[in-house]
Design a protein around this ligand. Sequence first.
Ligand code: FEO
Length: 396
Amino acid sequence: MVKVSLKENVYWVGAVDWNLRDFHGYVINRGTSYNAYLIQDEKTALIDTVKSNFVNDLIYNVEELTSFDKIDYIIVNHVEMDHSSGLPQIAKLAVNAKIYASVRGKDELIKHYGKDFERVETVKSGDSIKLGKRTITFLEAPMLHWPDSMFTYIVEDKILMPNDAFGQHLATSKHFDDEVEESVIMEEAAMYYANILMPLAPLIIRKINEVVAMKLPIDMIAPSHGIIWRKDPMKIVNAYMNWSSGVAVKDKVTIVFDTMWNSTDRMAKEVANGIISQGTEVKILKLRSYAASEAVTEILTSKAVLVGSPTLNNGMFPTLSQFLTYISGLKPKGKLWGFFGSYGWGGGAVRGMTEMAKAAGFDVFEVGCEVRFVPDKEDMKKCFEFGQKIAQKIKA
Ligand code: FEO
């Protein structure tokens, strides 16, 4: 094993998942990692475990540093299975370890892995455990990402281990922000935020303000996915504040569409031209070429979202239905939504998409743009003007 040391006697002992491209339904482009950490002091603590099919990596990494019977504490910051499904096997090996989780965490561990986990001891915000020279303390962070979630903070080393928060789905052979190209890290951090944490924006703002008010000195942020922030931990904290508060939103429109015989494709391009004519940036993503998770990442920094669909059997194309279901759950705030599409006889796609968006509580630009069969010159003019009006509306 190549030892990965955060500070003296604080080690990364997790696993890198190079080949994962589907993270519980959303597409990721660069794999991920399941970060677990070992702190060796008079007492030894393991912070989090890994996904069960990577548990041998964790076992190997820990045994290079110590034996499992020397582990005194296992801290479970979050029960979702990418971090805890290796725990039953680790708990059997670490025969002397006490296991700690939040109150909700204990309940969820029992529901996932059975009565063996009734022995879990619970902690709440402000509780701490002395390891020797070091103290670890806990801060509950409900809904970042689940009700059970909590952060662990190593007081003397000034390392915050916030589990899912501040992570990225990024598999690399390097482990720190100063070792990986910043644009890659931030691209993945944005995609991760948009697809996992976007609906929790108000809670994120509140939690960050709470941590700032505590004046915790932070040298490193060591999340449970991706790289560890040591060069500039505040970079990701500020990015989360900007994404959560809408400060990161630009004069930009994202167009998401699908097409059957290229009519909606041609409409999308002409709507885009209308937007570009107003000096506004446009991103065009055709579903089946781009994943919904990629579209969501663009939407994070967009003022408006335009969605285009052909009509199939009096309704929207299935890829659009799937996309709108996904984005409705992520509840992006403060966007203007518009709809366009083509039809042959009865129509229905634009109407269906508009109804879905209204039901999700989105702000809908009332007049959708529809074309029968193939767009002619007049239709293309209509598409251009539709784009112009959207761009003017978001500028206003
Ligand atoms: Fe990485 Fe909510 O699990």
